[in-house]
Design a binder for this molecule. Sequence first.
Ligand SMILES: *[C@@H]1O[C@H](CO)[C@@H](O)[C@H](O)[C@H]1NC(C)=O
Length: 411
Amino acid sequence: MDFNVLFFNSIPVVIHLLVFSTDSDANCILPPELKNMEWIYNYTRPDDNQPVTTTLRFQNTILTSPSSINFNAFGTTIDAWTCISNLTLSNTESVVLFKSDSSYTSGPFSGNRRLYLCMKFTKVTDNLFYFYLLSDVDNTIVPNDRVFNPPANSIPADTDPLCSTFCQYSTEPKIRTLQKTGTIDVVPIDAALCTPCESPCEEQVVTCPDLAAVNFTTITNQTGTNDQDTITYACITGYELTSGSLTRQCMNDQTWSESVPVCEVVACPDLAVVNFTSITTQTGTNYQDTITYACINGYELTSGSQTRQCMADQTWSGSVPVCEIVACPGLAAVNFAKITAQTGTNYKDTITYACFTGYEPQYGTFLTRTCKADGTWNNHPPSCKKTHGRGYGCHCCRSHTSHRSRWSPKK
Ligand SMILES: *[C@@H]1O[C@H](CO)[C@@H](O)[C@H](O)[C@H]1NC(C)=O
């Protein structure tokens, strides 16, 4: 088609015969019941107010000759139209804009002009529709009818606003009916044009797209995907909103308000160094991460928690571990020995004994004991025995006694 446009641009006489619209129909939706069907079309002719009965045929997105709406625009026959945009007002109402497939020229250098038909349809039954042509009568086109004929110097873009650009009128149009042959449904008595296409008595059906699942969230409430409907998310446990919004609403422009919620894992504060402990494992500082302590050698947990976990409320479970120095039990007195030194009864403390005078440590005995990390004293209690032989007391005493018993004269 572009080729044709270029080729025939220099031959204006034939442009109107051969150049057809290449408009995409992707954005236009006709009421499906209308399609591929010939309808009995009743309307009142604007120029003489005479009732007319004729036929109309809609193909997929086009209104086609021979049963079409036909014009003669400055010598050009306009009898084929393509739907270029639509507005769905309700389940039964819609506005559909048709653009003429042919362009016409109203004099030299006047541009590539088209006509537009703005139809506001109401479906009564599958067999009966009525519509209004939402334009004022154009007296430069034959026949004079409600067709939008933009001035040559301000040709609209197809994407321009449907209601404010194409579907405007100042005098109220009359109802037109479309009826299937042989059917008897009747137009309701309250059939009237609700004016104009964006008036408060009509509301466009607003549908927002389905929303993709959002990581780390659950949907706590959703009223739907239509106008004003809301969707409410909650971050899952241990996650918090860092951007976006937890509540979004379907807006008039068919988009969701705000932006996708971003839920990120919560973090617990860094933990201070704990005396007399070492950290044996730590998975991190985020939700559900754990930190495990061990008391250093010679210390034992007396309160607090050995393992703490980062919780959803951003605090660490449990409490700070308290490691206290290991204590050994008090020691019973040792026979024939006295304590000569003692540093205490905790880990690494020592106690040192000495045998009494006249006593000596048994072979293999140790006179010093140390409190171990496991809370016991090393070594056995020292054992002191009387000194033999050269010891003063016993030896002398015993020999003296025996001497005397042996040598002392008896009375
Ligand atoms: C259309 O006009 C014909 C002829 O006047 C008439 O019989 C028919 O009932 C009309 N249809 C509607 C829906 O008004």
